[in-house]
Write a new protein. Structure first.
Lengths: 507, 334
C-alpha cells in the first residue's frame, strides 16, 4: 500500500482532512443548530470534508435519522451566515447524518453507541476515526466521560479518538480538575480538545502572524516600550433569555477566565520555537502561569464587578439584569467585570494588563489596545494632542483589523501635530470570506491540530487567577446595579485605571 | 495615438490623482491606498475593455495592485499612448474608500520592444510584478520575452490558443527559459484535482490506487483542451510515483457548457466499479464516486477573475504545474 497520497498539492490545496465520524452529544441543542451543523455544512460546501464524513447526533428526544436530518436542514438554512445554501450539496452531506436517542446517564447507551459507530464505519469508510463533541449541558460532561470510559468507546485499535469539550471547563479550579480527571478515564490529554471559539477567530490567529511573522514589532513588545494593555470584550445585548444560566456564570467566569485570558496569553506570550501545537501552547501556558495571583486584600483594588440597571436606549426601555426573566431580584451576578493583571516575568514586569468584559455596553466590540510610552521629551508646543501616546489597536470584532495611531504634522506653516491612524482592514485587504471560528476549530480537531485549543494546564492556570478574585467577590455584598445599560460600565472601573494614571479607551 | 509616452509624466499624473482623491474624501474618512503588486495585463486592442475593467475591479479587493493594462494593435508603426485613473471601492459596512491605481497604455506591436523601458519605472518598488498575457497573438510576438523578463511570473491561458497541444509544447520551452509560469488551463483543474486528492486521503481508497490501469478523461469540445492534457499528465505522474502505470483515454462529448471537462475516471482492469470517478452533472454540481459511496460537490465554471485570484496568490514557481506541463507536452492525443 502506498504510504503517501501521491495527489496532494500543498501549494494549492487546503489542509488534508481525514475521514471521520463526528458524534455530537446534545444534538438537539442550540449550539448544534446555530454553529456546529452550519459550520460542518459550510465545510462540505467548500469541499473541505471527506466524502465519507459522518455526523451522529445524540440527544434524549426520540427522532429517526430522517427527522433529525430535516431539523438540521432547517437549522442550516436559518443559521448559515453569508453563505449560499445548495440543496444538492446538502442532500449528499445529509446522507452521512445519523441520530440516536439516548440518556447520557444510562450506561447501556454507550455500548449501543459503539455498535452504531461500527455500522457507520462500515457504511461510510470512516476508518475508525471518531471525534466526540460535548455540546450537552456542562453537568452532563462527567457522566458522558464516565460512560465512554466504561464502555471503552474512547479507545480503539484502529483510527483515532478525540473529544471536543465546550466551556465551561468547570466553575473553579477544583471542578476543572475533577472534569479533567474524568475525561482522562477515556481519553489521553492529547486527545482532549477544549474549545475556546475566540482562539478560532481569524484576527486572534492573526495576532500570532503579526507578532511572529514581522520583525519590526517584537523589539517594542516589552515593558520598556509598552505602557499598558487594554483588552475589551463588550456586548451591547443583555442576557437574551439566558438569565438563569448567566446568573450562575457571570462575566468573570464566562469571559475573563477563558476567552480574554487566552487572548491576553496570545498577546503576551514568548515566541514559540516552532508553530507546532504543543510548542505554541507551552508558551501560552507559561504566560498564564506567570499572571500574578492576587492576594485577598488586593482584589477590590484591582478588580471591578458590575451589574447593569435599567435604562432607556434609543427611545426604548431596557430592563436591568435583575428584571430579566429567570433572574433573582437580588442577584449578585457580575454582568461586567474589569481586572488589572500583572505578568511576573522579565518581559512584562510592571506593565498593567486591563481586561474588561460586560453586557449592555454601548456597542459590540472586542479589541486589544497596546499603549506605548510617550516620547521621552515633548519638544512640540501645542494643545496637548502633541503628546498623545502611540496606540496599536488589534480589532477582533467587528471590522477586524489593525490600526496604528501616531502623530503627524498638520499641513501648514506652523509645527502643529495631529493624531492620525494607519489602518489595516482584514476584510478589505484580503476581500475574502473568513471561515467562521467553528469551521476553523472543527477542521483543526478533525486534522488533529490542537494549536488553537486549550490545554488542561492552561485551564488550571487561569482558574487559579480567577478563583482568587471569585473568592473575594463571593464574600462581598455589591451595591448592584452600578451601571446603566448602554454605558461603558461602573465608575469604579474608571477609578481603577485612574489610580495608575490611565484611562479606558472608548472603542 | 502619440508616438511616445514619458514614465515621469505618468508617475506625476498618479501623484496628482492621489491628491485629488484625498481632497474628495476630505471631511470623511479619506481614501486608503492599497497595493501588493504590479499587475501588467497584455491584451488585444479588440479585447472587451469593459470585461477587463470588471475583472480588474473584482481582483482589486483581493489583490490590491497597480494595474497596467497594455492594449496591443497589430501595426508596424511604433506608437504608444497612456492614461491614468483609479479603481476605488467601499468595503461593505465601512466608511473609507480603498483605491488602487490603473494605467492604460495603448501600443502597437512594433513598439513592444520599447515597452520594457516604459514599464520599468512604473512598477511598484519592492513588490512582485505579474504579467497576464490574454492574447495568444501577443504571446507569439518576437519581442514578448523582453516583456516577460521583467515579471516574476507570467500568466497565460492555453485553452484560448487555437492548438492546445502546440501551446503546451511552447509553454514548456518558456519554463525551460527559467521564469515562473502559470497557465489558467491548469488553474481550472484545482478543484478537480483537490477532489481526486481528497478521495485518496482515505486509506481504504489509497490501497486501491496501485491497481489503477486506466484513466478516462472526457471533455466538451472536439479537441482535447490543455486542461485535459494537464490532468492526464498529473494523474499519470502520481500513479507512476506509487508504481502504477495507467493508459490514458480521451473522449469528447457534446454537453454544455462547451470546452469544460466532463468526466475523469480511474479504473482497475476487469472491474465495473471505478476506483474513483467525478462526473459533471447539471449546473455546477459534480457527482463524486469512490468505494461505492457517492457524494456531490460543486465545480462551477470559474471566470477569469476567480482563476487570476488563485494565480496571483502564488508569486513563485509551481513545481506540480511544471511537472504536469512537461508530461502534457509529451502526451500523444489520438
Amino acid at each position: 500500500m502506498p504510504l503517501e497520497n501521491p495527489f496532494q498539492d500543498p501549494l494549492r490545496f487546503q489542509r488534508r482532512v481525514p475521514e471521520c465520524a463526528l458524534v455530537i452529544f446534545g444534538a438537539n441543542g442550540d449550539l448544534t443548530k446555530r454553529k456546529l451543523l452550519p459550520a460542518l455544512y459550510r465545510l462540505a460546501y467548500e469541499r473541505r470534508l471527506h466524502a465519507g464524513c459522518a455526523v451522529l447526533g445524540i440527544s434524549r428526544t426520540p427522532l429517526s435519522d430522517d427527522q433529525f436530518r430535516d431539523k438540521m436542514h432547517s437549522a442550516v438554512k436559518q443559521f448559515l451566515e453569508d453563505s449560499p445554501f445548495d440543496l444538492d450539496v446538502w442532500n449528499a452531506f445529509a446522507q452521512g447524518i445519523f441520530y440516536m436517542a439516548g440518556n447520557f446517564d444510562d450506561a447501556a447507551m454507550y455500548p449501543a453507541l459503539d455498535a452504531r459507530l461500527k455500522e457507520i464505519e462500515a457504511a461510510r469508510h470512516t476508518g475508525g476515526n471518531v471525534l466526540f463533541y460535548l455540546s450537552a449541558q456542562p453537568s452532563q460532561y462527567i457522566p458522558i466521560g464516565q460512560g465512554l470510559a466504561a464502555a471503552n468507546v474512547g479507545k480503539r485499535d484502529n483510527g483515532w479518538r478525540r473529544i471536543v469539550v465546550e466551556k465551561p471547563f468547570g466553575h473553579n479550579l477544583e471542578s476543572a480538575q475533577e472534569l479533567s480527571d474524568e475525561l482522562h478515564g477515556a481519553f489521553r490529554e492529547s486527545e482532549v480538545y477544549r474549545i475556546d471559539h475566540y482562539l478560532g477567530k481569524e484576527t486572534v490567529q492573526n495576532i500570532l502572524a503579526f507578532r511572529f511573522g514581522n520583525g519590526i514589532f517584537e523589539p517594542l513588545w516589552n515593558r520598556r516600550y509598552v505602557n499598558h494593555v487594554q483588552i475589551t470584550a463588550a456586548e451591547s445585548i443583555g442576557v437574551e433569555g439566558r438569565g438563569s444560566y448567566y446568573q450562575e456564570a457571570g462575566a468573570l467566569r464566562d469571559m475573563i477566565q477563558n476567552h480574554l485570558s487566552q487572548v491576553m496569553a496570545t498577546i503576551a506570550m514568548e515566541p514559540s520555537a516552532t508553530f507546532r501545537p504543543n510548542s505554541v501552547r507551552d508558551e501560552r501556558s507559561k504566560l498564564l502561569r506567570s499572571i500574578r495571583v492576587m492576594k485577598p486584600d488586593e482584589v477590590l483594588q484591582n478588580t471591578v464587578s458590575g451589574q447593569y440597571g435599567p435604562a432607556r436606549i434609543g427611545g426604548e426601555d431596557v430592563p436591568g439584569f435583575r428584571q430579566e426573566p429567570g433572574v433573582e431580584p437580588g442577584a449578585q451576578t457580575d454582568t461586567y467585570a474589569a481586572v488589572t493583571f500583572f505578568v511576573d516575568n522579565w518581559r512584562w514586569a510592571g506593565v498593567p494588563f486591563y481586561l474588561r468584559s460586560g453586557k449592555r455596553l454601548p456597542k459590540r466590540v472586542t479589541e486589544i489596545a497596546i499603549q506605548f510610552n510617550a516620547a521621552p521629551l515633548a519638544i512640540f508646543d501645542g494643545d496637548g494632542t502633541a503628546s498623545a501616546p502611540n496606540l496599536l489597536i488589534l480589532r477582533i470584532q467587528p471590522e477586524e483589523g489593525i490600526s496604528l495611531k501616531f502623530l503627524s504634522k498638520r499641513p501648514g506653516t506652523g509645527m502643529t501635530l495631529r493624531g492620525v491612524s494607519m489602518d489595516f482592514n482584514y476584510g478589505s485587504s484580503f476581500g475574502e470570506r473568513s471561515p467562521s471560528a467553528y469551521e476553523t476549530l472543527l477542521l483543526d480537531a478533525i486534522i488533529g491540530d490542537a494549536t488553537l485549543y486549550t490545554r488542561q494546564d492552561m485551564v488550571e492556570a487561569s482558574w487559579k487567577v480567577v478563583d482568587a478574585i471569585q473568592n473575594v467577590w463571593q464574600n462581598t455584598k455589591f451595591d448592584f446595579p452600578n451601571y446603566a445599560a448602554g454605558s461603558w460600565g461602573p465608575k469604579a472601573a474608571d477609578d481603577m485605571l485612574a489610580r495608575r494614571g490611565h484611562v479606558w479607551r472608548q472603542p | 495615438m502619440a508616438g511616445t509616452i514619458a514614465p515621469d509624466r505618468i508617475l506625476h499624473e498618479m501623484a496628482d490623482l492621489w491628491v485629488t482623491l484625498g481632497k474628495e474624501g476630505e471631511g470623511e474618512a479619506g481614501v486608503l491606498r492599497a497595493c501588493t503588486m504590479t499587475l501588467v495585463v497584455a491584451a488585444e486592442e479588440s479585447d472587451d475593455p469593459q470585461g477587463i475593467g470588471e475583472t480588474l475591479a473584482a481582483l482589486m479587493p483581493v489583490h490590491p495592485s497597480r494595474a497596467i493594462v497594455i492594449r496591443f494593435r497589430a501595426a508596424d508603426q511604433r506608437a504608444l499612448a497612456a492614461r491614468v485613473f483609479a479603481q476605488c471601492w467601499m468595503p461593505f459596512g465601512q466608511r473609507q474608500q480603498i483605491c488602487c491605481e490603473q494605467i492604460e497604455i495603448t501600443a502597437s506591436d512594433a513598439s513592444l520592444a520599447d515597452l520594457a523601458a516604459v514599464l520599468l519605472p512604473l512598477k511598484v518598488p519592492d513588490l512582485p510584478v505579474f504579467l497576464w498575457c490574454r492574447s495568444p497573438r501577443v504571446f507569439q510576438l518576437q519581442a514578448f520575452p523582453q516583456l516577460a523578463a521583467m515579471a516574476q511570473k507570467v500568466v497565460v491561458d492555453s485553452d484560448t490558443f487555437p492548438d492546445p497541444s502546440a501551446a503546451v509544447r511552447q509553454l514548456k520551452q518558456l519554463v525551460v527559459g527559467g521564469g515562473a509560469l502559470a497557465d489558467l488551463a491548469w488553474t481550472r483543474l484545482t478543484r478537480w484535482r483537490e477532489l481526486i486528492a481528497q478521495i485518496f486521503e482515505n486509506r481504504v481508497h489509497l490501497c486501491d490506487l496501485p491497481q489503477v490501469s486506466d484513466i478516462s478523461i472526457s471533455y466538451r469540445s472536439p479537441v482535447a483542451p490543455a486542461s485535459a492534457l494537464y490532468l492526464a499528465a498529473w494523474l499519470r505522474e502520481g500513479l507512476t510515483r506509487i508504481g502504477a502505470h495507467a493508459r490514458v483515454h480521451f473522449g469528447s462529448d457534446s454537453g454544455e457548457p462547451a470546452g469544460r471537462l466532463s468526466l475523469v475516471e480511474l479504473r482497475r482492469a476487469g472491474s465495473q466499479e471505478p476506483v474513483a470517478r467525478i462526473t459533471l452533472a447539471e449546473g455546477p454540481a459534480a457527482e463524486v464516486r469512490s468505494g461505492g459511496l457517492t457524494n456531490t460537490a460543486l465545480l462551477p465554471a470559474l471566470n477569469d477573475c476567480a482563476l487570476m485570484r488563485e494565480e496571483l496568490s502564488i508569486p513563485g514557481r509551481d513545481a506540480a504545474f511544471e511537472s504536469a506541463l512537461a508530461g502534457a507536452a509529451g502526451l500523444e492525443v489520438s
